[in-house]
Structures are given as C-alpha cells and as structure tokens.
Design a binder for this molecule. Structure first.
Ligand SMILES: [Fe+2]
Length: 244
C-alpha cells in the first residue's frame, strides 16, 4: 500500500470542530491507518472562533492520541503537532512568541484564509511570512477563488509558498470544477502536500482512496510519492516526540 502522510487534520479531541472525544480520534485514525496513512499532523484551528488553543495542550494531546492509537489499533502511527492558522497581521508575532505552532517545530506554517479573500491579501500574507523566515503552506488551496485564476499558483510558489490540496477535492467526480482544477494542478506538478482535513468519522472522515487511485493512474510514480509522503517527511525532518 502507498504510504501517506496527512499534513492537515483535526484529529485531536475536544479542541476545535474536529474529533469530539478520544474515541472519535481513534476511530478516525483507524480509518486513516487502513488507507496507508502513517504520519498525521494534528492541525487544530487558530481563528476568531478558536483563538486560545494552548500549544502545550496540543503537544500533550498528540502524545496521548499517539499512545492510545498504538495500543488500541496496534498501529505504528505518528501524531505530529501543528496548527492551521487563519492568517491575520499578528500571526508572525504570535509565531515568534511561541503562541502558535508551526508544523512539527519546523519553519512551515499551515496557513488558511477566508474563502472570499482577495488575491492581494494572500500574496501579502505569503510575503510577510517568507520575510519573517517562515514557509507558508497554503491550506486547501482549491478553496480560494482568488488562487484559482491562471498564473497565481505559479506566482505564490515563486514567492516561496507551498500548495496543499485536500484529498476529498482531488478525489471528487471528474466533472466537478474543483476536482478538475485540482487535477490540472497535479498534472502540472504544482501541488506540494496532501492532507485529508479530516474532522470526524462521518462526512469529513479521512478519505483518500479516490484521489490516490486517480493520482497513481494519471501521474508519474516519483511525483505521487513526493506529494503523498516524501515532501511531508521533509517538512517534519528533525521532529521527535517523547513517546517514540
Ligand atoms: Fe482544516
């Protein structure tokens, strides 16, 4: 089975609109593990709805969830702390102060925006983060109309941003606009990272099968391995947690 790293998930219990409790976290991980996901970055929201999630709480919960998953599922799965950060002008300061988390202690920041945001706002956010020494990962890039205009993904990547797509979007029906856009981008090898953005075990469960099948059928093997696993591994290089 193809090994997958999930760079974007709401797996931690009781923090945001993701898993409600530990039982749901483990059920989500069970579904993920069966699809070949061996590394999961936990990325609870930082946004106006969830302004106060403590980084230490995220780190502790990652260790607890990993321990439970290894015991209950007998799954050699790693849970890596991170955050999905709704960009605002104070984000760089909060990162510097350690009040927000990068991905696994790296310089990579999973960055999201409101869906109707202007392109100039995204462009400025990328420049600000890069100037401060971070590498912004545009979370579910397919969600922003402003990014879907021709030439803009190229420009953002040229500025130093990385592009993450949600597996569900890439794995949709071929005639859906969003799926078609995702697949065009994948064909051009302009996608860097893959995430499930899993929130629960129902309508936002970890679902990768359809996207992975299409990728294997349509793209170069070496690129598929990079998007599904190797690029993510590069992001978390150096990360260790105490329960390993
Ligand atoms: Fe998310």
């Amino acid at each position: 089975m193809t090994r997958i790293m999930d760079i974007h998930s709401h797996i931690l219990p009781g923090l945001d609109d993701g898993a409600e409790d530990m039982q749901e976290s483990i059920q989500m991980l069970d579904q993920a593990w069966r699809q070949g996901i061996t590394e999961v970055v936990a990325t609870p929201h930082y946004s106006f709805m969830y302004p106060n999630i403590c980084p230490d709480r995220i780190r502790t919960l990652c260790r607890e969830v990993q321990k439970r998953a290894r015991q209950e599922l007998d799954a050699d799965i790693r849970i890596i702390p991170g955050q999905e950060i709704m960009y605002s002008e104070d984000v760089v300061d909060l990162l510097e102060e350690g009040k927000l988390l990068t991905i696994g202690g790296s310089r990579h920041v999973l960055t999201e925006f409101r869906p109707d945001v202007s392109y100039s706002y995204i462009f400025r956010a990328v420049k600000d983060l890069v100037f401060a020494g971070y590498i912004p990962i545009i979370a579910h890039a397919e969600r922003y109309g402003a990014v879907r205009t021709a030439g803009r993904v190229e420009e953002l990547r040229g500025q130093g941003a990385l592009i993450q797509l949600n597996s569900r979007s890439a794995g949709g029906k071929w005639y859906h606009d969003t799926t078609r856009w995702c697949r065009r981008l994948l064909r051009k090898e302009m996608v860097d990272l893959f995430g499930t953005d899993m929130h629960n075990i129902r309508e936002r469960s970890p679902e990768t099968k359809s996207a992975v099948e299409w990728m294997k059928k349509s793209l170069k093997e070496e690129y598929v391995e990079r998007v599904l696993y190797k690029n993510g591994l590069g992001v978390i290089r150096g990360f260790r947690n105490s329960s390993q």
